[in-house]
Design a protein around this ligand. Structure first.
Ligand code: MN
Length: 318
């Protein structure tokens, strides 16, 4: 029986609280990652928030609104820190610059496939719809003031995909945080689900124009290809089909990025589909049951074909 997260976190705080630590979230940070890092930084005075690559739209809005200052992890001198806290991921592929750092604490809500980080302290709950929900229940209540509560509320709403993956505790936690920050749901949603930029809208419409689909194993399976915004396109199309795989070719890496989404009634876990496809074609895959992704060493056609084949074979096995 694993120990309760609060107990682990208390022990972590008593050992490293007040020491100079860096707090990092995955590359291309999202609102959940940045909100979690921000709230953790309040429990760890003297800490620095880091993220590599550009943040996503919502995370940028949140950081601007709350004055969250994040620096590239690569810009820090390890010698000045006792180590690194990692939140909202536990895989080096999503945060390559964490290599070489001492991992003090890893806090994550992703499934174990692809997990290769080991922290001295670990708080991992794959049943939690967001890292923000985990963090909201870890950090001492006195550090969760208006800004922290606002950030965590946005993180919870963003990652719960409008509560598709919520548990009863998600609503309890959110209600408590909303009381602290005094914000209306509409205000939080504006940042959790920002209006897409025109380029994103065009990418989504282009993805829709190129959709192909099959009905197999009891599911409508759609595939398409885009140049950007693959996860937005996948979410949109999975709302009409049952499952959607969207491919994007990355020339620099010579690989195909897949974004996979499923409607909640789909019984086949997409993170398993992604892991198996990565095993067949080379690369890495994982994520959540209804929202997963992969980076594959194959072209887009072959990648999508393999995604569909693996999904159908799992569906037919039941
Ligand atoms: Mn997350």
């Amino acid at each position: 029986m694993p120990r309760a997260g609060n107990e682990v976190f208390r022990e972590f705080l008593s050992k490293y609280g007040g020491r100079q630590v860096a707090i990092a979230t995955h590359n291309r940070a999202d609102t959940d990652g940045i909100a979690s890092a921000f709230a953790l930084s309040r429990a760890l005075p003297g800490s620095v928030i880091c993220t590599d690559e550009e943040m996503n739209e919502g995370a940028k809005l949140l950081a601007e609104k709350l004055g969250i200052h994040a620096v590239p992890l690569a810009s820090l001198d390890k010698k000045g820190f006792v180590g690194l806290v990692v939140v909202d991921t536990s895989a080096y592929t999503l945060i390559p610059n964490a290599k070489g750092w001492k991992l003090l604490c890893v806090i994550d809500h992703h499934r174990p496939e692809g997990r290769d980080m080991q922290g001295e302290f670990e708080i991992i709950d794959p049943e939690s719809p967001s890292a923000s929900e985990i963090v909201a229940n870890l950090v001492p209540a006195q550090v969760v003031e208006r800004k922290e509560a606002f950030a965590l509320s946005v993180g919870i709403i963003a990652d719960a995909a409008r509560f598709k993956s919520a548990r009863a505790g998600t609503f309890d936690t959110l209600a408590r945080l909303m009381k602290v920050c005094g914000a209306e749901y509409r205000e939080l949603l504006e940042i959790a689900e920002p209006d897409p930029k025109p380029e994103a809208k065009i990418a989504m419409l282009t993805a829709m124009k190129r959709v192909e689909f099959v009905y197999a194993g009891g599911y409508l399976i759609a595939t398409t290809e885009v140049g950007s915004n693959e996860s937005d396109a996948a979410s949109l199309i999975a709302d009409a089909a049952d499952v959607c795989f969207v491919a994007k070719w990355k020339d620099a890496e010579g690989e195909t990025r897949i974004s996979a989404r499923a409607r909640k009634s789909v019984a086949i876990p997409l993170n398993k589909v992604m892991a198996e496809v990565a095993g067949e074609l080379g690369g890495a895959g994982g994520g959540h049951a209804k929202a997963a992704g992969a980076a594959l060493k194959a072209h887009t056609d072959e990648s999508l074909k393999t995604c569909v084949e693996v999904f159908i074979s799992m569906a037919e096995k039941g």
